[in-house]
Design a binder for this molecule. Structure first.
Ligand code: GLC
Length: 442
């Protein structure tokens, strides 16, 4: 009897623990659903580096500036025009369904009211306020999911081994007590962020400096999920995250992951830098975004506010233009799946979830005949999204007794195009079927 009770307890405990750290694929799939449908997130790198307009944390690490001079920026970080409601409005207007904000970058400066030490903009900068809390509140009022960027690396902490690029404080293996001390500190910060803000998503960074064992990555995952089981964790936790995060680089072929997210800057830096005027245009952002979604991913588009809390005009403009385009083309973007394999159409494509509607994205000022290869279903109707125009098409090369479906030529006239990217909606007679054979009778 006692044995049976023990066995039941053991089984229950193992199921419970599994759910807590969530290694169960079904549970992960469920919690990833909103993320898969979201497609667009806004990344916010706000920190003291915006005072001088230099590389976030990396500038002192790479010795472009001394550590002392870097930290002097604390006294210039005011957030005096910070309006979290207008930030959240802008995120909403862009069409994004989530936002991720820096709670602490590699420089160790907490952007919220940490109780673990005094290095925060609340205690050590004239801002004298928590930047994260009111922003999350405003996001939640608008139904936008809240993400916390958290750097595992903390080059300011006296017990963190790494510091400047060619010097470190100590080696973990040689002073485990000291490392343990740092671990208690950073896990304490994760716990307080988790308790205070309940992020829907955790965006870790800097895991490359230590192994999963050294960070205690499994425990970190457990700390988060035992309190907030629905939280999503990005892939920078040495194998304990939920999705992949290619950075700046657009994957050439479709990434083989269930979930992935391209994080990308609007100019060439994460944080605000006056000198960097290499802004991407709305056209560039929209074409990148469509390509990401067509390849089954999300775009996490970064903005870098100034020290006073205002967002550069160029970024506001890009977000607004992207938002207007998203509004017009929402049905081809949100709640869709990645499109048909490359090669059938020279451009991005997406599919409705039941795959009976195929969306074709046509860049720029294209007009004339567009070709679609290997579509093995009937097209009921082709229209231009947001414009309503119905388009004509013809099928060439279809012989009645052969399985070859022929090529579809769609006529795209002038005057129906979007100024950035036009989307054609193809209603199919059944879920999309593709012909990828050799031709003839095969
Ligand atoms: C990097 C950098 C960092 C930036 C981040 C955003 O890994 O270390 O500065 O915050 O990417 O993805």
């Amino acid at each position: 009897m006692k044995k049976t009770m023990l066995l039941i307890l053991f089984c229950w405990l193992s199921v419970y623990c599994r759910a807590q750290t969530q290694t169960d694929p079904k549970a992960i799939k469920e919690k990833m659903e909103w993320f898969a449908d979201a497609k667009l997130g806004i990344f916010i790198h706000a920190g003291i580096y915006s005072v001088n307009g230099i590389d976030e944390s990396w500038s002192f690490h790479n010795k472009k500036i001394s550590y002392a001079d870097y930290m002097k920026q604390l006294s210039g970080f005011t957030l005096k025009k910070y309006d979290p409601a207008s930030w959240a409005d802008l995120v909403k207007e862009s069409g994004a369904r989530y936002a991720v904000i820096t709670t602490k970058h590699h420089d160790g400066v907490a952007m919220y009211d940490t109780k673990q030490d005094n290095l925060s903009i609340v205690k050590a900068a004239p801002a004298n306020r928590d930047m994260v809390k009111p922003f999350f509140e405003e996001l939640r009022k608008r139904g936008i999911k809240c993400g916390a960027y958290f750097s595992l690396i903390d080059w300011s902490h006296p017990n963190y081994p790494g510091f400047l690029k060619d010097s470190s404080r100590y080696a973990v293996q040689k002073d485990y007590d000291r490392w343990n001390n740092f671990r208690t500190f950073f896990q304490g910060q994760i716990t307080e962020i988790n308790n205070m803000f309940k992020p829907d998503l955790w965006w870790f960074d800097g895991d490359w400096e230590h192994s999963a064992e050294e960070w205690e990555a499994e425990k970190v995952r457990h700390i988060i999920l035992s309190k907030n089981p629905a939280a999503i964790i990005n892939g920078r936790l040495q194998g304990y995250g939920d999705y992949n995060t290619p950075e700046q680089n657009f994957p050439v072929t479709r990434p083989p992951f269930n979930w992935w997210e391209l994080c990308m800057t609007i100019n060439d830096n994460w944080g605000y830098q006056q000198a960097d005027q290499n802004w991407k245009t709305p056209y560039e952002i929209i074409t990148i975004f469509a390509d990401v979604v067509a390849n089954g991913g999300n775009l996490l588009l970064d903005i870098g506010p100034k020290e006073d809390g205002t967002i550069p005009d160029q970024e506001v403009n890009v977000l607004k233009e992207l938002g207007a385009w998203n509004k017009k083309h929402a049905e081809a973007i949100f709640n869709t799946t990645g499109g048909i394999p490359a090669g059938h159409f020279y451009g991005p494509t997406t599919l409705s979830k039941d795959s009976t509607t195929l969306y074709l994205f046509v860049a720029g000022k294209t007009s004339g005949q567009l070709m679609l290869k290997g579509l093995d279903c009937k097209i009921d109707e082709i229209s231009v999204l947001g414009n309503g125009a119905k388009l004509t098409y013809k099928v060439v090369g279809k012989i009645s007794w052969s399985p070859v479906p022929g090529l579809v030529y769609i006529d795209l006239p002038d005057g129906v195009q979007d100024k950035y990217m036009t989307v054609l909606k193809l209603k199919l007679d059944k879920p999309v079927k593709l012909y990828r054979g050799q031709g003839g009778l095969k």
